[in-house]
Design a protein. Structure first.
Length: 532
C-alpha cells in the first residue's frame, strides 16, 4: 500500500492518527484513483478544534486587510492552476473538464473569493448600528470556528475548501475547519496546498484553515457538539443534514444546511398551447444537464390535463429515452437514486421511461427517467411522492384543474426554487395569480418562464428556502455579502467609550466604506457629520 496522504492541521501537513483509509473512484470507469486518504479519528478532530480556537483569538486582532489579501491571493492561485485542478476534478467527478469545470466553475469560484475579499474590507455586511443619543451601538462580529462540509456535485464552487460557505465564513472573520468530500479528496488536497501557500504569503494565522478529508459519523457529530466549534455549514443529503441539525440544536449552536429540493415547476395551459414543443426541449435539457446532479434540478412538474399536455409529456419521454444516461458522481448517488425511484413507484407513480442503472462496463450511470402521477394520487401520498431523486429524473403531476393544482402546491415541502411558466400574452395572467400566492410561500427563489437550474452569483440571489430545503428560511448560501451574515453574532455595546469600541462602531467611519445605520439613517459618514 502506498503512503497515506497527510491531513492539514494547525498549519502543518502531518500524519493522521486515524487507521482507516479510503480512495477516490473514477465514475467514468469505476476504477480506484491512486492516492490513499485517511479517515480521521477523534484525535485529529480534537487537535483541529484546539488549533481553530487559538486561531480565532488571533483573528480578533488581525487586520481585515490580511484576510482580504489571503482571499485574493488564493483566488489568483486557483486561476493560475485552473488546468491541473480541472483535470483532477474531472477524473474524480466525471464532470466535463471544459467548459463545465475549467471555464465555468473555477472562474465562478475565484469570483466568489474576490467578492468576499471586498466585503471583508467594506464591513457593510456587519450592519453596524449606532444610537448616538443613548450611546448604544451594535454590529455583527465573527462567531468562532466554523466547520464547512461541502457536497459532491460542485468540486470548486461549493467545495468546503474553496466554495461560498468557505469564503463567507472567512470574510466574516472566522477560522474554518474543512471536512472534505470523500468523492474528490485529491482535488480538495490540491486546493488546500494552494490555500496553504496563500496563508504563508499573507501572514494569516496558520490554523485559520484546516483540512480533514473524512471521519466517522460518530467523530463528526462529536466534533459538531464540541463547545470549541461555533457553527456548521453543510450542503448535502437530507438524512445527513438532519443528523447535523439535531446535534447542533441540542448544543445550542447555529447550523446552516442545504439539504433537499424537488424544485416544482408549474406549466400553465396557455404556455403549453403556445410553445409546448419548445418547452419540452427546454425542460429536457435542464433536467438532463450534468446528469441532473444539481440541487435546483426541476424534478417535479405540475401540468393541467389536456391533449396538449399529453403531447408535451410524450415529447419529453421521447427526448429522455433517446439520450444516454449521464455519468453520475459516485456509486452511492446511483444506489440512492434507484432506491428513490422505487419509493415513488410504490407510492403510485407510473414509470414512463428509464428507471434503471446503466450497464456500461464500469461507468456509474442511471437512465434518464420520467415518472407520472395524477393530482389525486399525489394528494393521497404527498410525502413519499416528494422523495428527492438526485439525478436525471423528474415526475409529472397531472391535475384536473387549477384548484387541484393549488391543492398540490399546498402539500409541498419547502424548496429552493419554484417556477411558473406562462404564455407570452395575457391568457395565463389569472391562473398565474392563483398559483403564485401559494407557491411563493414554499420556495426561496421564484422564477417565471425560466428553468431553475442555474444559480447566479449575484448580490440579490437567494440560494435558500423553507425547511427542509434548508435549515433556516432567512439566509442564503450564495450571494456575498448576504451569505456572510450567517457567520456573525450580534454584539451590542452600551455606554462604552468610543476608543474602546470595535473600529467600525467608533465615531469615525474607518476608510469611509461601510454603510452604517446612524440615528435611523444609513450613511457612510461619521457620527458627528451624520448629526450635522
Amino acid at each position: 500500500m502506498s503512503d497515506t496522504n497527510p491531513v492539514w492541521i494547525d498549519g502543518k501537513w502531518s500524519k493522521s492518527s486515524g487507521v482507516e483509509v479510503f480512495l477516490a473512484v473514477d465514475p467514468a470507469t469505476g476504477l480506484e484513483i491512486a492516492g490513499q486518504f485517511p479517515k480521521s479519528d477523534w484525535t485529529d478532530c480534537d487537535q483541529a478544534l484546539e488549533a481553530a480556537a487559538q486561531a480565532f483569538e488571533t483573528l480578533q486582532v488581525t487586520p481585515r486587510t490580511v484576510i482580504s489579501d489571503f482571499l485574493k491571493k488564493y483566488a489568483d492561485l486557483i486561476e493560475a492552476n485552473a488546468e491541473a485542478l480541472a483535470k483532477q476534478a474531472s477524473q474524480e467527478s466525471a464532470l466535463p473538464f471544459a467548459p463545465r469545470l475549467k471555464d465555468v466553475e473555477i472562474p465562478r469560484t475565484s469570483n466568489q473569493l474576490r467578492l468576499a475579499a471586498t466585503a471583508c474590507i467594506d464591513g457593510s455586511w456587519s450592519q453596524p448600528t449606532i444610537d448616538s443619543a443613548l450611546n448604544i451601538r451594535s454590529v455583527l462580529s465573527a462567531l468562532g470556528p466554523v466547520l464547512v462540509i461541502g457536497p459532491n456535485n460542485f468540486p470548486f464552487a461549493f467545495n468546503g475548501m474553496s466554495g461560498g460557505d468557505f469564503a463567507a465564513a472567512l470574510a466574516a472573520g472566522n477560522p474554518v475547519i474543512v471536512k472534505g468530500h470523500p468523492n474528490h479528496p485529491n482535488t480538495t488536497k490540491m486546493l488546500a496546498e494552494l490555500a496553504s501557500n496563500a496563508i504563508q504569503s499573507t501572514g494569516l494565522p496558520p490554523a485559520t484553515v484546516q483540512l480533514l478529508y473524512h471521519m466517522s459519523p460518530e467523530s463528526g457529530l462529536r466534533m459538531i457538539a464540541d463547545r470549541r466549534l461555533a457553527s456548521v455549514a453543510f450542503t448535502g443529503s437530507k438524512s445527513a443534514g438532519l443528523s447535523i441539525k439535531e446535534t447542533c440544536d441540542k448544543a445550542g449552536k447555529p447550523v446552516y444546511l442545504e439539504m433537499s429540493s424537488v424544485n416544482p415547476v408549474v406549466i400553465l395551459p396557455g404556455a403549453i398551447e403556445e410553445r409546448g414543443e419548445a418547452l419540452a426541449e427546454e425542460f429536457s435539457g435542464s433536467c438532463m444537464m450534468g446528469a441532473g446532479q444539481f440541487c435546483t434540478n426541476p424534478g417535479f412538474v405540475i401540468l393541467c390535463a389536456s391533449s396538449k399536455t399529453e403531447a408535451f409529456i410524450g415529447n419529453v419521454v421521447q427526448r429522455f429515452g433517446a439520450s444516454p444516461g449521464g455519468t453520475l458522481l459516485a456509486a452511492s448517488v446511483r444506489d440512492h437514486l434507484a432506491a428513490s425511484v422505487t419509493c415513488v413507484q410504490k407510492a403510485g407513480a407510473q414509470l414512463l421511461v428509464g428507471g434503471n442503472a446503466v450497464e456500461d462496463g464500469g461507468r456509474i450511470a442511471f437512465q434518464n427517467t420520467v415518472l407520472r402521477v395524477s393530482g389525486t394520487e399525489f394528494l393521497n401520498h404527498p410525502e413519499a411522492l416528494q422523495t428527492e431523486m438526485f439525478g436525471p429524473v423528474s415526475m409529472f403531476v397531472v391535475v384536473e384543474d387549477l384548484l387541484e393544482a393549488q391543492a398540490v402546491i399546498a402539500q409541498l415541502e419547502g424548496n429552493l426554487t419554484g417556477t411558473i411558466y406562462t404564455s407570452t400574452d395575457d391568457r395565463d395572467d389569472s391562473a398565474y395569480q392563483q398559483m403564485v400566492r401559494p407557491l411563493r410561500q414554499k420556495v426561496g427563489r421564484l422564477l417565471n418562464n425560466k428553468m431553475p437550474t442555474g444559480v447566479a452569483v449575484s448580490l440579490a440571489m437567494n440560494h435558500g428556502g423553507p425547511y427542509p430545503s434548508t435549515g433556516h428560511p432567512g439566509f442564503t448560501a450564495v450571494g456575498i455579502p448576504a451569505s456572510m451574515k450567517r457567520f456573525g453574532a450580534l454584539q451590542c455595546y452600551d455606554n462604552v467609550r468610543t476608543n474602546r469600541l470595535p473600529e467600525i462602531l467608533q465615531d469615525q467611519n474607518p476608510a469611509g466604506l461601510a454603510w452604517r445605520l446612524i440615528d435611523g439613517q444609513w450613511t457612510q459618514g461619521d457620527v458627528i457629520s451624520a448629526k450635522a
